[in-house]
Write a protein that binds this ligand. Structure first.
Ligand SMILES: [Zn+2]
Ligand SMILES: [Zn+2]
Ligand SMILES: [Zn+2]
Length: 480
């Protein structure tokens, strides 16, 4: 019997090979290499391996967006991305299988426009793996694909989200209910939409089918790519509006900002231009958890023993359209602003960053292309900003320390009615903090290095000058 089984298997394999070569006589549709082995999808082994790459942690707990900054995780078990802190998506959670790499983009285009339908099964299997990694998160009563409008579907003959969602429903044994949701307003006929257009064209564009029973259902909503989340958001609004208990979004790919060759996707990516309420309008980096270290090490402070700053974290001077210096950011974020077409490089540093396919020059000074009004208001009151204002220096013993060895001290203790404000919070080492205890500085025999003040544009400029002293290229913008 073993013999028979083996023979049967090899016969089947042979049949599959023949079928594959009939179906896909062409070379690998991603890299052009000739296909030596049978596979239901027209990709070579190497391309398949790269397509199977799953999205790497850490992810935003809510929207599943990879959190790029290594600084974000100060022990947070459920970290949230910058965007989710300022906006609550209508879906409860969203996750994706892989990154929207150039290869993935090609593969999805093949599914979308070249009718390579076996790809739908292949992607479904990948999504099933994602679900299997945390079944509780994806538990659902129905599986619904993001719909196309009727005209578009007629024209293409199928809905690519459905091609993935249907086999996925089978794999997960969840009822497939494509009729629950309809697109009532067609998408405009342009391939590339800006971030804002994306949000505007989908707003109110989806509805639940009349008479559809959605009440109290847990919905698994499936689509091909998560770009801004606008589509999943609009669909979720419709489903929730009809009474759905929970909506979890699941997409094959996730657009990322830093992959070379995916500039189109990164243009509608946003890391921080959409500011959370209360934060100053400076194009600052996303706020991190309280333990996060600042990107820009205050001058004179010792390098962190835990994390050596990489090229991507080096400081870049940000100028307003009028060449007025307004902020310091990290290379990483400066490059996002450039990719988005928000800023251009004015000065280039000597450093290069390398990706698999090319090298990029790193900016040292960038300038916003459109003038941004910078109010004279202060920055958000945060641990990071207080440490930055006090230049990582304990305001009692005047030692400059890594952020991890500093805490915040209420000058007038909270128990005495001291408030959490710019004027009452200072950077403080743990020893001084212990020594001071629940007393005022005078009672503890400690003196403040200087009177704490709000973090204004003036403070920023002082910091910029301190950092800029070292950088030849910054000087002409800072000392005038
Ligand atoms: Zn290939
Ligand atoms: Zn998020
Ligand atoms: Zn101290």
């Amino acid at each position: 019997m073993a013999w028979l089984g083996g023979s049967l298997r090899s016969q089947l394999r042979g049949a599959r090979e023949v079928l594959a070569s009939v179906l896909f006589p062409a070379p690998c549709r991603l890299c052009g290499q000739s296909l030596d082995t049978a596979c239901a999808v027209p990709f070579c082994r190497a391309c398949l391996v790269s397509l199977r790459q799953r999205l790497a942690e850490p992810l935003c707990h809510r929207c599943g967006r990879p959190i790029i900054s290594g600084a974000v995780l100060g022990g947070a078990t459920q970290p949230m991305c910058h965007f989710c802190r300022g906006y609550a998506y209508a879906f409860d959670l969203a996750r994706s299988f892989g990154a929207y790499t150039p290869g993935m983009a090609r593969a999805i285009l093949l599914l979308k426009y070249a009718s390579v339908t076996p790809l739908g099964d292949w992607f479904a299997a990948r999504l099933a793996e994602t679900v299997a990694s945390d079944p509780g998160m994806f538990r659902a009563d129905v599986l619904v694909p993001v719909p196309l409008d009727r005209g578009r579907k007629r024209e293409r003959g199928y809905n690519q989200a459905e091609l993935v969602a249907k086999p996925l429903a089978r794999l997960l044994r969840i009822p497939f209910k494509s009729f629950l949701l309809v697109r009532t307003r067609p998408r405009p006929n342009q391939l590339r939409l800006t971030r804002r257009e994306r949000w505007e064209t989908v707003r109110g564009a989806y509805a639940t089918e009349r008479g559809a029973k959605v009440d109290k259902l847990r919905v698994l909503l499936v689509d091909d790519v998560f770009t801004t989340g606008a589509t999943l958001d609009a669909c979720s609004k419709a489903l929730k509006g009809a009474g759905a208990a929970r909506v979890v979004g699941l997409t094959v790919a996730r657009a990322l900002p830093f992959l070379p060759g995916v500039v189109a996707a990164s243009q509608d990516w946003d890391l921080g231009v959409m500011k959370p309420p209360g934060q100053a309008a400076l194009p600052s980096r996303p706020k991190h958890s309280p333990d996060a270290r600042s990107d820009v090490r205050p001058p004179g402070s010792a390098p962190s023993p835990h994390r050596r700053p990489t090229v991507m974290q080096e400081p870049v001077l940000v100028l307003n359209a009028t060449f007025e210096p307004i902020n310091v950011t990290a290379v990483r974020r400066a490059m996002v602003l450039m990719l988005k077409g928000v800023a251009q490089a004015e000065e280039i540093s000597h450093t290069l960053v390398h990706s698999a396919s090319r090298s990029l020059q790193v900016p040292s000074v960038i300038r916003l292309l459109a003038y941004r009004h910078i109010p004279q208001q202060t920055r958000a009151l945060s641990r990071k900003n207080i440490l930055l204002r006090d230049r990582n220096t304990c305001q009692f013993c005047k030692r400059t320390l890594p952020a991890s060895e500093l805490t915040l001290d209420h000058v007038v203790p909270r128990s005495r009615g001291g408030r959490s404000s710019w004027e009452n919070l200072v950077a403080c080492c743990y020893q001084c903090n212990n020594r001071k205890g629940d007393r005022t500085p005078e009672e503890a025999g400690l003196a403040l290095a200087r009177r704490p003040r709000p973090f204004t544009l003036h403070t920023s400029r002082q910091l910029m000058r301190l950092i800029g002293n070292k950088d030849e290229k910054w000087r002409k913008y800072l000392f005038y």
